[in-house]
Design a protein around this ligand. Sequence first.
Ligand code: ADA
Length: 578
Amino acid sequence: MIRLFDTHYVREVQELDGMWSVTMENAEGQALPGEYNMPVPGCFEQHPQFLDFRGHAIYRRKVMVKNDGNVRLEFKGVSHTGDVFWDGEKIAHHYNAFTPFSVVLPKVKTGMHEICVRVDNTFGEHSALHVPNDYYTYGGITRPVAMETVSDVYLKQVHFTPKYVEGQWHAEVEILLENCSDKSVICEMEQYLSEENDVAEGTGGQTAECIQKTEKMQIGAGSEYRFTYTTVQLPDITPWSHGNPQLYYMTTLLKTNGKVTDDLIDRVGFRTVTVEGKHILLNGRPLYVKGFNRHEDYATVGCAIPLQLMVQDMDLMEAAGANAVRTCHYPNDERFLDLCDERGMLVWEENHARGFGLERMQNPHFEQQCEDCTREMIVTHYNHPSIFIWGILNECASETKEGREMYRRQYEQVRSLDQSRPTTSATCRHFTDICLDLPDVVSFNMYSGWYQDVDSGERNEEELEWIRKAGGENKPVIVSEVGAAALYGYRDRSHCKWSEERQCDILRENLKTYMSHPDISGLFVWQFADCRVTEEEWFPTRARCHNNKGVVDEYRRPKEGYDTVTEMFRKYWAEDEN
Ligand code: ADA
């Protein structure tokens, strides 16, 4: 399942989940013996022979194209690099496990064809973002794949920006069409907004309202066509919020010669996120975030998390009283974002870069790979109402002049792609960071009581005073990470480090400090669940080669710390819940 709702009734879609045939090559590209059947989505580390394999996997499957026409392939995630071949011919190359990519093949003939994906999860200079790290880079086709049949002109993307002006909702809509044929095409377009996903073939559903009808447009051969319009004021809109996550289906229909030839359905919500002085405002009201940092990692499936386990994570976070999640440290599977939209779980989504000093940021591929990741994240996830803030560059070299330039360029890129959400970055360069003037919201990671035996209250005051002087004066502040490690089931009456008791002590003290402080707009507990880390570089400080700061372990068994967080989240439940 690619999304949690149908995104097309007209365009034909076939999901390519299932068993693919796989052969392996070592890191140097030499073929290894054997042929396997592996699941897609899936990580090859789940196969008993490849538990910590770094190299290449060649995935293949046959597909039947039922009619001559244009085929569009969409890969939601290949980890970490994918080269895609169609009947032996290379058609796409993509780097980064955590963003989707697609390719259109015009004029494909009816019959059987072969898709082959050469997957690479090796480390080296070619990979600036996937490096040995405090989480695991798995290998495989780790998110769903779909094959679609598209008309010559098809709907490539629709962006929806809700606006609230003088007590009325309206929206700015940007539509991108592409003509993948070699002749120009005349078409027209209609757009509907509906509470039910029931608009098909221009019939208009029971609850649908037509919000746009265009004149005929001529789209040149092989070209893209982009246009933007503002809807009329929309009456009777229920805004989206944490407490009442009302969603609407936005259906775009494309007509050629009076016949609907393509459609694109997305789900949207009406809400605004603004920053005013020290507050983040959701629909004009101050927002307080009580969240978890969550890695996409689960003991038995790696990063290829099936829907049922996503729902379990969501249920556990909700039951703890959380209203927010940070997708540390990369864009997430879109089904999880769909779930957040449905549940009213606010999302800090961030691009992919964790803990890089200057040397790593100066990898010749770093800036381009970040730029691609950020663009793909924002362009594809733009419509999710749950995303309330974009994050970049977790704990990178923000204390250096060269680093600052890269931060500056990245914020500029984010703002050029989306002006409707604030920006932030989680820093650990305490007292040395020279980038705090750049984001809209200042965020810091702090491990008082774990890495440093300091009083969290005193340490917090020092931090806030420094933030004020370092460019963060009069900006909202979020504590983006706070936590301590515990080994599941390890109890010790001395409350020594790594015991569940000590994790509770540290969480309780820190949460009390931050949640009762008037200048802090919220926090994200580090972390929701234990996750695997790369043995290389990380084993000395990471028992079991896991980051053990989860309040549930990698099988989602709650530690005592889960109850402590629940108790604190409920105790400090903001009166003005959004
Ligand atoms: C960081 C980092 C996390 C994790 C955490 C920890 O600040 O952002 O990815 O490594 O610290 O456990 O120390």
